[in-house]
Design a protein around this ligand. Structure first.
Ligand code: ATP
Ligand code: MG
Length: 305
């Protein structure tokens, strides 16, 4: 019998080429040396499910890779972690998506080649995907083809008693459309502060949290070094990153911090833990991810049950 998964999501399938060094690219044929590079499993959804599985959960992704070296790399990495890849197929025309990130400790510049990132078509979301407990949407704004499909799909998920979470990530078009209409169908919404302000149209993070949570959604706002805030109707929770041991947080790069935060939060939330505990695990996952290159290497390995 097929094992029921805790989580399924559509993957914005890509690899990250992470280049590290205190260097800003210059044209006019200038050659600049960098400190290091690494090739990592990329895509918000892939980073999210990998961390979720390392915390003891069962997760799978739906998506496409190219028939190329990077596609093989993605499949091998997901498989090695234990993510269910049975719903990932090889595309005959598209190349595997690629993100080239130039990382500084607290910031990064990214060049993205979309390729398979946005390859899943609306008709691919069918009832066959529903035997799982929870549906997560990662990179809402990159999955352009699915934009109009989500409301119908999430209603189907709800009918089958799945719970639902959403992390839109940044909108490259800076339009922020469609999210307010989705919120009544979302149990846990996980924007960062800039995204929460842009989507709510507010200029203050507390007002943004209150507005976004008005329909009953648990809204968790990630605030970088300031930690995170959570809102639900009239309640508010605050979490400061833990520096109580007097150790400064070691940051190699911030790639995947938000996705790893999401994975920790949702793992604890699905286990029925209180919001404070969900925030603590989320923050530990984020901080672990900051300490290593890319979104995968630093992930916490801990059986949280
Ligand atoms: N400089 C920092 N110091 C301490 N903790 C941090 C720092 N940056 C990020 N974090 C932790 O990581 C979490 C998520 O980071 P952030 O707010 O950057 O999310 P995000 O913008 O969604 O990330 P991403 O860019 O991966 O999408 C924060 O809530 C915090 O717990
Ligand atoms: Mg994010």
């Amino acid at each position: 019998m097929v094992e029921t998964l805790d989580i399924l999501c559509v993957a914005d399938m890509c690899v990250d080429l992470v280049v590290a060094g205190n260097v800003r690219p210059q044209f006019h044929q200038a050659e600049q040396l960098v400190d290091d590079y690494s090739i990592e499993l990329g895509g918000s959804a892939n980073i999210f499910v990998s961390q979720f599985v390392k915390l003891g959960g069962r997760a799978g992704v739906v998506g496409w890779v190219g028939q190329d070296v990077f596609g093989q790399f993605v499949l091998e990495k997901l498989h090695a972690v234990g993510v269910d890849t049975s719903r990932v197929r090889q595309h005959s025309q598209l190349k595997t998506g690629l993100g080239i990130a130039l990382a500084e400790p607290d910031d990064r510049a990214i060049l993205t080649y979309p390729g398979t990132i946005d390859a899943v078509e609306p008709f691919e979301l069918t009832g066959e995907l529903l035997p799982c407990q929870h549906w997560h949407i990662a990179s809402y704004f990159l999955l352009n083809k699915l934009r109009k499909r989500w409301i119908g799909w999430l209603e189907q998920c709800r009918e089958r008693k799945l719970t639902i979470s959403l992390d839109t990530n940044w909108d490259p078009e800076n339009r922020w459309e469609g999210v307010m209409n989705l919120l009544p169908l979302i149990d846990v919404f996980l924007p960062n502060e800039a995204e929460a302000l842009a989507i709510s149209g507010e200029s203050d993070v507390t007002r943004a949290g209150e507005k976004l949570s008005r329909v009953g959604t648990l809204v968790v706002i990630k605030r970088g070094r300031e930690g995170a805030l959570a809102f639900k109707k009239n309640q508010c929770w605050r979490l400061q990153p833990d520096d109580s041991e007097g150790k400064a947080i070691h940051i190699v790069d911030s790639i995947g911090a938000g996705d790893n935060f999401d994975a920790g939060f949702i793992r604890a939330w699905l286990l029925g833990q209180e919001v404070e505990e969900c925030l603590k695990l989320a923050c530990r996952c984020a901080v672990a991810s900051l300490a290593a290159a890319g979104g995968i290497q630093g992930q916490l390995r801990e059986n949280v049950i």
